[in-house]
Design a protein around this ligand. Structure first.
Ligand SMILES: [Zn+2]
Length: 170
């Protein structure tokens, strides 16, 4: 989900259990997702950008799925299913940009991203869209690749999200 701290990171950290504090520190130390061959993935990001600009939902989902498959393959991480949906859900707290759902009962992890804003139904800017996809993928990688017991919005987490963005779509 879109990450923000309602508490300062300091207060947040000190309210965690000792076990979660260890997870937090480990998460914060991991600042990169080194891809062995990021350049091979850039054309997929371009396809996704074109499909988003042309409002082609299925083509966008296919490009995003190939991109996520490529990243997971390069890292040796298990696959995740990508869903691209039309309009962001909104509630009183704001609107949802993306969603990570862990593997469940034989179903692989699922990453959901939305193409359009809730309020004005405008197509989301590509940078925001792809960063959301990478954000949700980072939750997947926290559990399935980095072996973290929880996936927390640490500074390291956001650096990993940026690391993917700069290697593939920057
Ligand atoms: Zn999140």
């Amino acid at each position: 989900m879109a990450g923000f701290f309602s508490l300062s990171p300091f207060d947040y950290y000190h309210r965690l259990s000792p076990k979660l504090q260890r997870v937090y520190r480990r998460s914060d130390e991991l600042t990169e997702v080194p891809l062995p061959s990021a350049s091979t993935l850039r054309p997929l990001a371009l396809s996704a950008a074109e499909a988003l600009a042309e409002d082609r939902q299925r083509a966008l989902e296919t490009a995003c799925q190939k991109l996520v498959d490529g990243i997971n393959e390069q890292l040796g991480a298990p696959p995740a299913k990508v869903r691209v949906l039309a309009k962001r859900p909104s509630r009183t707290w704001g609107e949802l940009h993306g969603l990570y759902e862990p593997p469940d009962d034989g179903r692989p992890a699922r990453l959901t991203v939305w193409m359009r804003t809730a309020q004005r139904r405008q197509i989301v800017a590509f940078k925001a869209f792809i960063r959301t996809l990478f954000h949700e993928l980072c939750h997947h990688l926290d559990y399935e690749h980095f072996g973290l017991a929880d996936s927390l919005h640490t500074e390291g987490f956001f650096k990993r999200e940026s690391s993917l963005f700069h290697q593939i779509a920057g």
